[in-house]
Design a protein around this ligand. Structure first.
Ligand code: A3P
Length: 293
């Protein structure tokens, strides 16, 4: 049996050309047996794009805005993480087997690794995208604190790896593009982190419509309040402080770190920004996705 100290910074493992956290790569085989249910809802994101935020919003919607019900368990139990695996924890698949329908399911997988059942069943998808520079900065801090990742090295070297798609889950550029294209053939609500920051109520109303729920305005306002960064940062059911510091060390960087749009400006140098923009223009050429960064 693997011990918690064995979780410390194993190298990424490539599956079909996609680098993944070693344990998550190992979870993909058993995931072949996963069967989507007709009322499942998939939350898909590239890491650090607002997954926890939209997960809490959706659980609050499913619980009719009842915060006490949302305190029943940490977010990673209420919204099982499909490809999750780590020593000493139930896998995402095991957690899902215990979850009552209708289920909310989280994934960061690119389409090439997504279990086919989710596509065959036309499972509704809420996708959240965040601008690449803020994702890179947030991911760097997350690599530093979450020890299932390899050592991030310096920010300089990490941003190079991010641009090259040599971080867990591979290329951000490919991820945001392929899920954007999927919406032509599949029920996908494609949201942006920056829009959620600008007007959370408007974006929550889009989610309500997409999932076919309606709630009184007072309850929607209550959800807006309890899913704000400040509220989620102090809520142990959303801030990941229930995970042992052997795995996530909040003293290095809290999971709920800054929750801002545009924080990349504090870390990118002018030269890095120019290089990133030039590379971005090439990788996103021909794509009609536009981000506010
Ligand atoms: P920062 O590191 O920039 O602060 P994910 O859940 O996909 O891992 O994304 C984590 C990022 O979303 C972190 O970004 C975190 O602070 C931010 N976040 C989480 N909840 C949020 C909220 N309610 N409002 C705004 N940002 C939030």
């Amino acid at each position: 049996m693997e011990l918690v100290q064995d979780t410390c910074r194993p190298p990424l493992k490539y599956v079909k050309g996609v680098p993944l956290i070693k344990y998550f790569a190992e979870a993909l085989g058993p995931l072949q047996s996963f069967q989507a249910l007709p009322d499942d809802l998939l939350i898909s994101t590239y890491p650090k794009s607002g997954t926890t935020w939209v997960s809490q919003i959706l659980d609050m919607i499913y619980q009719g805005g009842n915060l006490d019900k949302c305190h029943r368990a940490p977010i990673y139990i209420r919204v099982p993480f499909l490809e999750f695996k780590a020593p000493g924890f139930p896998t995402g698949l095991e957690t899902l087997k215990e979850s009552p329908a209708p289920r909310l399911i989280k994934t960061h997988l690119p389409l090439s690794l997504l279990p086919q059942t989710l596509l065959d069943q036309k499972t509704k998808v809420v996708y959240v995208a965040r601008n690449a520079k803020d994702v890179a900065v947030s991911y760097y801090h997350f690599y530093c604190m979450a020890k299932v990742h390899p050592d991030p090295g310096t920010w300089d070297s990490f941003v190079e790896k991010f641009m090259a798609g040599e971080v867990s889950y591979g290329s951000w550029y490919q991820h945001v593009r392929e899920w954007w294209e999927l919406r032509h053939t599949h029920p996908v609500l494609y949201l942006f982190y920056e829009d959620m920051k600008e007007n959370p109520k408007r974006e929550i109303q889009k989610i309500l419509e997409f999932v076919g729920h309606s709630l009184p305005e007072k309850i929607v306002d209550h959800i807006v309040h309890h899913t704000s960064f400040e509220e989620m940062k102090k809520n142990p059911m959303t801030n990941y402080t229930t995970i042992s510091s052997d795995i996530m060390d909040h003293a290095v960087s809290p999971f709920m770190r800054k929750g801002k749009a545009g924080d990349w400006k504090t870390l990118f140098t002018v030269a890095q920004n120019e290089q990133f923009d030039a590379d971005y223009a090439q990788k996103m050429a021909g794509c009609d996705l536009s981000f506010c960064s």
